[in-house]
Write a protein that binds this ligand. Structure first.
Ligand code: COA
Length: 275
């Protein structure tokens, strides 16, 4: 990660199997409101590959760096204000297609580990889409969401028309995408776009607390749970129920299900093996 457009911080948390951590990925272009240029996508994709192959990483948090308030022209707070619009200028479909076919939104979405978007400020366009690629969204009261691509003569291209619609429903997704208007944090909470909203000063503490609680579960079972919930988005209900049953039954052959059941019966804390 030569340019450090994505800073990776590891926070060790008490987990078993021991040695687990939460990784916090901070988009680091605050003077561009963390706009997602191609180089940032590349670093995010690399971070996904590394985290996926590292068993110690239990939960991934994605957030945006804030500009230095002491700067001559301090910038507003941002998670990410979208794709980097300067990279769109003069581009035709053949120029943009290869990038959009291999982008960080899908890579983050396809992570098998749980992900949390920690949003403090603007999350617009590709920024809202990056948050939508995460499993859970936690925001500050100062956050604003939106899909303003319509104002550029475009539509969302990082999964927004699909994942936003899945999350908030057809009518609200239509309204957001067709008007391009921003939705403040309070409204985002009402429509289910975010899971929770906190004062900016409390957000990080709350995110780490939730991530730590998840990190204490069996990492194997957490992945199975994520896979089963995810299948609800792709499968018709009857097939989804069958998929869940097959995942559930298979868990009875894992060490962690025996450990969990025995720990409950003997009133002890489970010591997971992660298998
Ligand atoms: N791509 C590239 N640069 C961006 C950007 C983006 N998506 N969003 C913001 N920036 C840059 C601005 O050009 C500006 O650069 P400058 O300081 O060199 O002039 C800097 O970030 C700060 O943004 P600015 O527009 O000055 O802040 P503001 O407080 O006036 O407005 C926003 C904030 C978020 C409302 C405004 O920046 C905006 O509308 N951004 C674009 C959002 C968008 O359409 N995203 C979808 C892209 S597909």
């Amino acid at each position: 990660m030569t340019e450090d457009l994505v800073n990776v911080e590891r926070i060790d948390v008490s987990t078993n199997p021991a040695g687990g951590c939460i990784e916090i990925w901070t988009l680091n272009r605050p003077n561009r409101l963390n706009a997602l240029n191609r180089a940032t996508h590349k670093e995010l994709i690399q971070a996904c590959d590394k985290a996926e192959s590292d068993d110690s990483v239990r939960v991934i948090v994605i957030t945006g760096a804030q500009s230095d308030p002491g700067d001559e022209r301090p910038k507003p707070k941002a998670f990410a204000a979208g794709a980097d619009i300067s990279e769109f200028s003069g581009q035709g479909s053949d120029d943009v297609r290869p990038f959009f076919e291999n982008n960080a939104w899908e890579k983050v979405w396809n992570l098998t580990k749980p992900t949390i978007a920690m949003i403090d400020g603007y999350a617009l366009g590709g920024g809202t889409e990056l948050a939508l690629s995460c499993d859970i969204r936690m925001a500050s009261e100062d956050s604003n969401f939106g899909q303003p691509e319509i104002n550029l003569g475009l539509i969302p291209g990082g999964g927004g028309t699909q994942r936003l619609t899945n999350l908030v429903g057809y009518g609200i997704s239509m309204e957001m995408i067709l008007t391009g208007e921003m939705v403040p944090a309070t409204r985002a909470l009402e429509i289910g776009l975010v899971n929770s909203v906190y004062p900016s000063t409390k957000l990080r503490e709350e995110v780490i607390s939730l991530a730590s609680r998840i990190a204490q579960k069996s990492p194997y079972t957490v992945k199975v749970a994520k896979r089963a919930i995810r299948s609800s988005l792709d499968l018709p209900l009857t097939q989804g129920i069958l998929a869940e049953r097959s995942e559930f039954v298979a868990l009875f052959d894992t060490e962690d299900s025996s450990i969990g059941v025995e720990a409950f019966l003997s009133k002890k804390k489970p010591k997971w093996k992660g298998r």
